[in-house]
Design a protein around this ligand. Sequence first.
Ligand code: ATP
Ligand code: MG
Length: 334
Amino acid sequence: MSPLLRLDGLHVTLNVDGERRPVLHDVSLDVGAGEAVGLVGESGSGKSMTVRSVLRVLPGGAETSGRIDFDGADVLSMSAKDLRRFRSHEVAVIHQDPRAAINPVSTVGDFLVEALVANHDEGVRQARALVQRILSDVGIPDASRRMRQYPHELSGGLLQRVVIAAAIAVRPRMILADEPTTALDVTTQSEVMGILDEMRREHGLAMLFITHDLELAGAVCDRIAVMYAGSIVEESRPQALEDRPRHPYSRLLLDSRPRIDRVADRLEVIPGRPISAFEVGSGCALAPRCPYAEPQCTATAPALRPIGSGQVRCHRSEELESVLRRSGTEVRDV
Ligand SMILES: Nc1ncnc2c1ncn2[C@@H]1O[C@H](COP(=O)(O)OP(=O)(O)OP(=O)(O)O)[C@@H](O)[C@H]1O
Ligand SMILES: [Mg+2]
C-alpha cells in the first residue's frame, strides 16, 4: 500500500540576494496513514522548510524539484483549487506560536466556527456544537465560556489546545506539527503534547512531528527521521535509534542530550558548528565535524540507503556499528 504522504528526492532552492541557495537536498520520506513520524535535527537543518514544501508555502522565488505525493495526488502540480482543498481538508498545521495562528480580534468560538462554516459547509449551529465538544475533548473546561473569550484572555497552553481543537475539527487525515510545544513551559508542554498524541490516535490521523527533542519524538512517534544540513541522514524506529544509531550524527545528537542522572561539569557538545545546505561541499555534509571521517567521506556524498529496518546516509555505517552503539547494548537485528 502506498503511504499517505511521500516525499521523493525533494530538492528546494531559495533565491537569496540573486543567488540560488539549496535548503533541502534529496529529502525522501514516507508517512503512512495513521502513522506518526518525527523529524529532528539542529536549528537550520531544514525541518520547517520540509513542512512548508508540503503545504507549498515556501518563500517567494523558491524552486522545488522531486515529488510530493499525498494519497497518490501530486501536490507540486495541484491547481489553486485543489491546493485550497488539500490545505483545508486533508492536512492541518500546528505551529510553535498559537497566537500567530488565531485571529486576535475574533472570539475563540467565532474563530473555530468560522473556519468550519467557511471551508466545510457546516451549519453554524452544528459547527458550534462540534467545536464545544472538541474543546472539552482537548481538556478545556467550561468550553462555552472560553468560546466567548478573546485569545489574549487565554494562556499559551490553553491557546495551543484551541489550535489543536481547530486542527481536529476539520477532520484532516494528517497533522503537520512544527515544534507545537516549544514555546510552552515544561509542565504545560507535556500536557499539550499528551492531548495532541491522544487526539491523533483517537482520530487515526497521521502526523509529521517536528522537534529538537529526540526524547519527545521517541515517545510519540513510530519512526524518526534525523535531518542535517537539508538532508535526512538517518531514519529509524525510536528504540533502534536510541540503542543502535547508524549515523555518527545521530550518535552525536544522542550524546548531546542533557541528562538529569548524569552530573557533568559541562554537556557533551557536537564539535564544530552546524552548516546549512548551501555550504555542503562535494562529500558528506557531516564530514568536517565527524570524528570518523575518512578521505572517501570528503570526496563523495553518500546516498540514503536501506539498513536494518531503516535507512542511513553514511559510507561507514557498517564499519562503525560497534562504536556508534549504546554501550551495554547487545548486537541484535533491530
Ligand atoms: N526566507 C528565507 N530566506 C533564505 N533562507 C532561509 C529562509 N528561511 C529559512 N532559510 C534557511 O533555510 C535553512 C533551513 O531552515 P528551516 O527553517 O527549515 O530550519 P529548521 O530546521 O526548521 O530550524 P529551527 O529548528 O531553527 O526551526 C536555514 O539555513 C535557513 O537559514
Ligand atoms: Mg523550524
